[in-house]
Design a protein around this ligand. Structure first.
Ligand code: 5GP
Length: 186
């Protein structure tokens, strides 16, 4: 992969820092109200959800625990998920009897989250719900009930605010569309 040009490789900005901040603040307020008085664990899925988790947890005003999982999908391509999921890092504490909320960056085909929610349900939380910053419904293969949604986006490959292409661009503070020529570059 050629060296990325962080600014030049962005075809357009889809969501600005301000738009993201405002929506995350709203989600945090809703989650705080809905889980008032309950034992909540936020389960974030590395690495793409890292900025979202960091901002969302600070927008939540009730006591929460956090835990981190890391999964990788394999057998697909750099821009297409395969649905085959490998767990690279598991929860560090049991969620049995707690209210668990998965904090995800983006749902595309839904295969990753379908696997992950089945896996976490097997750990017997009291409830298991899903919060995703982005939803790309155009390519959904399995139905995923989304409880908290940031933005619905069109079927374009996006980068920034945690989302990568070839492990780069995660540090962009906004969400942008990657120039299609970048995937084609040798
Ligand atoms: P799914 O299993 O729902 O198809 O894909 C979920 C995972 O694929 C996401 O967690 C993310 O890692 C990756 N993904 C899906 N769409 C995009 C996208 O537009 N941009 C980036 N950077 N990753 C994506």
């Amino acid at each position: 992969m050629r060296m990325p040009d962080l600014v030049g490789d962005v075809a357009s900005v889809l969501l600005t820092e301000e738009q993201i901040h405002q929506r995350v603040t709203e989600l945090g307020a809703r989650i705080s109200a809905d889980y008032q008085g309950r034992e909540l664990t936020l389960v974030s899925v590395l690495k793409g959800s890292l900025p979202f988790m960091a901002d969302l947890m600070r927008a939540i005003s009730i006591p929460v625990s956090i835990d981190l999982m890391e999964v990788s999908s394999y057998g697909g391509t750099a821009t297409e998920s395969s649905g085959l999921v490998r767990i690279l890092k598991d929860l560090s504490k049991p969620i049995e009897g707690r209210h668990a909320l998965i904090v995800e960056d983006i749902i595309d085909t839904g295969l990753t989250l379908n696997y992950l929610s089945g896996y976490l349900r097997g750990k017997n939380p009291s409830t298991l719900h899903i919060c995703t910053l982005l939803d790309k419904p155009a390519r959904r293969l399995v139905d995923i009930p989304i409880d908290y949604l940031g933005f619905t986006i069109p079927d374009q490959f996006v980068i920034g605010y945690g989302l990568d292409y070839g492990e780069y661009y995660r540090n962009l503070p906004f969400i942008g569309v990657l120039r299609p020529e970048v995937y084609a570059a040798p």
